[in-house]
Ligand binder design. Structure first.
Ligand SMILES: Cc1cc2nc3c(=O)[nH]c(=O)nc-3n(C[C@H](O)[C@H](O)[C@H](O)COP(=O)(O)OP(=O)(O)OC[C@H]3O[C@@H](n4cnc5c(N)ncnc54)[C@H](O)[C@@H]3O)c2cc1C
Length: 524
């Protein structure tokens, strides 16, 4: 499939870029535009903490991209490679469309960032991320599970560990999450017979001297005072050194016994973006793609970027800075980039990104927020009311607004919902049956699982190599995968076979560093 413009990423930058460009081109336009996103929804990330804290349902914070960007082709799939020389993108659309290719004339990079906890030992294994709706749902379920467990145990030390919650990172996400976690726990413990009269211990750990660097030290200090007054412990200038299932250790040598660690640190550049920059020989600015003020990537004519993954120059009240990674900036850049793309396609001159900073807001729990709006700083109930009104107004779609209004009204009157609706455990092991000559996978496609042959025979074909037959007990794993993660062989069941498929999180874990067992090689 070929498109005049492909927009990679359906977050604030990508979705608003696609919406604007689609509207400007109009229905039935000659130019073809595709929006490619991992999920077919725009996630309203600033409200994720409310989902974790059960004051909003998950459906309230997502908006379908197909409703929002009606004039463009919305394609759901995970981009795993951009080949700049071929002007093509490979994406994984799902089980039956693993290696789908698109070509383009213009490409917009709006892939945001990823989380990388690998710098702190144990954080990847035990730290809970807060980046997606699934993360927020899982966190809410974990909080409720901890209360259920604490209600069961008699040992005070074990109960304390279960009732201690450590939030790592004192930016927006950390502060808002700590407030929401505290509210959910405090408001819920009275419903647990063995926990009445007890308080949860919520500890916010931040490596710098003041919170909320995004808003500035004055409001950060104010937020610190409010959090402490409410009973949330804040440890400033503290770095996490190690995390285990039961303890968080700090670089200072001390630590906390806790079973729950929420990590809001570790934002890292998107690997697909880094790979493309390598292909172009382009040096990133702290992992972000450098652009000019029209959002065209430096030195390129057909490559554009906006949002968290882009380093866009921004004139902030006379000072040229790199635009900060916030939702409001990503949204404005997306709109402006949509206009610039329409101008480029029409051969018109481009306009620079201009944005007048209006302010920032952050909630810090029940009826409390801090705000800086048009140079005025304030906090408390009015700031909180303003936060809710502004975010309600910003939500796309009337249905979404109504849903949020209803959830918030209920939240004012009723206790938070303690029902436990865990997402089903991931199906990491599955048995499949293959018919005669049925292909298990083709050579050159990305590996997404490893296989264990239970019954029958699998034939491995590799050009220039003798055909190999694998019988029961054989394993097909990274021995047949190249550096890009693609299969170096094709695999077919000769006469039918039963195969156990190891996929999902277990596959990812093994893929990194564990070799399974050697395969049995050719059957004599
Ligand atoms: C919990 C949380 C709270 C926040 N609170 C605030 C706040 O209060 N105020 C504020 O201003 N900012 C806040 N932010 C930051 C804000 O959400 C981001 O700055 C903003 O979302 C950036 O927009 P973006 O479009 O650049 O990236 P994103 O919104 O992250 O979008 C990236 C898009 O790319 C897609 N994608 C990623 N990888 C692939 C792939 N391989 N293939 C296909 N698609 C892919 C994703 O699915 C997504 O659609 C918060 C962020 C988080 C996580």
């Amino acid at each position: 499939m070929h498109y005049d413009v492909v927009i990679a990423g359906g977050g604030f930058a990508g979705a608003y870029c696609a919406q604007t460009l689609g509207k400007l081109l109009g229905p039935g336009a000659e130019k073809r535009v595709a929006l490619v996103a991992q999920r077919n929804v725009l996630v309203f990330q600033p409200m994720l903490a409310e989902v974790a804290g059960a004051s909003l349902g998950p459906a309230a914070v997502v908006h379908p991209l197909r409703l929002m960007c009606r004039q463009v082709d919305v394609l759901q799939g995970s981009i795993h490679k951009i080949d700049w020389a071929a002007r093509s993108i490979s994406l994984d659309g799902g089980r039956f469309t693993r290696n789908h290719a698109l070509t383009f004339d213009h490409l917009v990079l709006a892939l945001g960032s990823v989380s990388d906890f690998s710098r702190v030992p144990g954080l990847t294994d035990h730290g809970r991320p807060m980046k997606s709706v699934a993360d927020a749902i899982r966190l809410r379920a974990t909080l409720i599970n901890r209360l259920e467990e604490a209600n069961l145990v008699g040992d005070p030390a074990q109960r304390d560990r279960l009732l201690t919650f450590v939030v790592v990172g004192g930016g927006y996400t950390g502060v808002e999450t700590a407030g929401q976690v505290f509210d959910l726990l405090c408001g819920s413990m009275k419903f647990y017979a063995n926990l009445r009269g007890l308080r949860p211990r919520v500890v916010l750990v931040h490596s710098h001297a003041s919170l909320l660097a995004e808003i500035g030290p004055e409001l950060g200090d104010h937020a610190l005072g409010v959090l402490r007054r409410r009973g949330i412990e804040v440890r400033l200038n503290t770095r996490v050194a190690e995390v285990t299932a039961s303890r968080v250790g700090f670089t200072s040598g001390d630590g906390l016994d806790a079973h729950t660690v929420i990590s809001t640190i570790g934002n890292a550049p998107h690997p697909v973006v880094l790979d493309l920059c390598r292909q172009l020989g382009l040096e990133t600015e702290r992992g972000r793609v450098p652009t000019d003020d029209t959002m065209r990537v430096r030195g390129q004519t057909h490559l554009w970027s906006a949002g968290d993954c882009a380093a866009v120059p921004w004139n902030d009240r006379g000072t040229i800075k790199t635009s900060p990674p916030t939702a409001q900036i990503a949204q404005r850049q997306g709109r402006q980039l949509g206009q610039n793309l329409a101008r480029t396609l029409a051969g018109e001159p481009l306009r620079p990104f201009r944005y007048r900073y209006l302010g920032q807001l952050a909630t810090i729990g029940e009826h409390e927020a801090v705000a800086e709006v048009m140079g005025f700083r304030f906090s408390g109930f009015f700031a909180w009311w303003m936060w809710r009104s502004i975010y309600l107004a910003k939500l796309p779609g009337a249905l979404r607004k109504l849903r949020v209004m209803i959830d918030w009204t209920f939240d004012l009157v009723f206790p938070r919902d303690l029902s436990l609706v865990l997402p089903p455990p991931e199906d990491v092991l599955r048995s499949i049956h293959l018919g005669r000559d049925e292909v298990l996978f083709e050579r050159g496609v990305p590996s997404r699982a490893y296989f264990y042959v239970r019954k029958g025979e699998i034939r491995l074909d590799e050009p220039g190599q003798p055909v190999r037959l694998l019988g029961p007990g054989s394993v097909i794993d990274q021995a047949h995968v190249d550096e890009q993660g693609d299969w170096t062989v094709g695999a077919t069941a000769t006469d039918g076979a039963d195969v156990i498929v190891l996929r999902g999180a277990a596959f990812e874990l093994l893929r990194k560093d564990v070799r399974l067992v050697p395969d049995t090689g050719p059957i004599p």
